[in-house]
Design a protein around this ligand. Sequence first.
Ligand code: S3P
Length: 436
Amino acid sequence: MTVSEVKTVQFNKPVIKGSIKVPGDKSISHRAIMLGSIATGKTSVKGFLEGEDCLRTIDIFKQLGVSIERNGTDVLIDSPGIHNWKTPDVELYAGNSGTTARLLLGILSGSRVKSVVTGDDSLSKRPMKRVTGPLQLMGASISGAGEGDFLPLTIKGGALKGIDYEMPVASAQVKSAILFAGLNADGLTSVKESAVSRDHTERMFKLFGATIQQEGNVVSLHGGQNLKGTNVVVPGDISSAAFFMAAAAMIKGSSIEFVDVGLNPTRIGIIKVLERMGATVEILEKYGENEEPYGTIRVSNSHLRGIVIEGDIIPTLIDELPIIALLATQCEGVTVIKDAEELRVKETDRIAAVTDELTKLGAQIESTEDGMIITGPTPLKGANLKSYGDHRLGMMAAIAALITEGSVQIENPSCIAISYPNFFEQLSDLIKKDED
Ligand code: S3P
């Protein structure tokens, strides 16, 4: 039996101010390890996210015979290349990480090793057929209980053929798994999405020397390309910054500067939402490095109003919807979130979980099949909140405590380390700055 810990978070309605550099982007950190392991030779990664999900990815590629040395956020990879990996002696455990598991299934399908991929309880309930279905169409040998719907799955790498695939859901994980398999498949692989999801895989393929075509929402590449090790600099994770962006936007007198945060156009839905709600957002600098744009931005409080969030913007802010729902409780009028049914198959059912937890705080929120409807502004009160072992629910609860009358107790807050190990330190730095 696991003993659940509880953290009491109480603030006296602080103003938050200052400048922070949030930890490295989770999606880009995973891909840097994966591509550095597929490629032949040395890869250096700077700004790697030391979160639990990304550490799982490192452990897995070590099991495949890749040399990976990590010193904090600096990682050095030296790989014999995907065709010289060794068959692992143990099962490959992806923990809580959907990105690790799904991308790995695509990578292993085109390798020469046989292995078993497993995950924790939450991951073992998340749908895998969306990945194993197209991979099997490419000729991948994947077996497990059911029809490849759930982990654990056994993958026997082998010959693959390219496919022309139209994805039923806009998912970067599915797109990436197919592209990884396509890299070692015979002929052309093409993936079409209904709306453009994050394109970090495509950008990083180019950085490692691959040729890949992107035209609108179709991505294609020819198989048989060999990647060469390179240098990757990981920008700050905008999905982590989003928690403090929301806090700065909704707390009177607050303003926070985010240094070197990723500004990839497929990830900046949160910035567009903040602007449409009426927050002040200034982009202070913008650079491009490693194919990934990043810069410094400042978000400040202003009067906020409710908006409708739907359609093509959803994949660009999918992970931000829990914190956007909290933000919406402080907006004047109604905020409608729709076309977000994917939230039901994240680390937990985020539509049900967000609705239940914000209701406990006194929010006016109702769930719909594909989203939530929130009416504000509502003063919130303290309560006992569950994290559901979901890092983004845990952080939503902590940010809520900044505006509640009374304390918030967070059950199992340690899951926050999945994507944001120093979250509470950065939070208290932003509060202290005002008291200094
Ligand atoms: C991710 C893609 C998204 C996102 C996840 C990370 C990625 O998932 O929610 O946190 O790194 O590719 P989906 O592809 O399932 O939408």
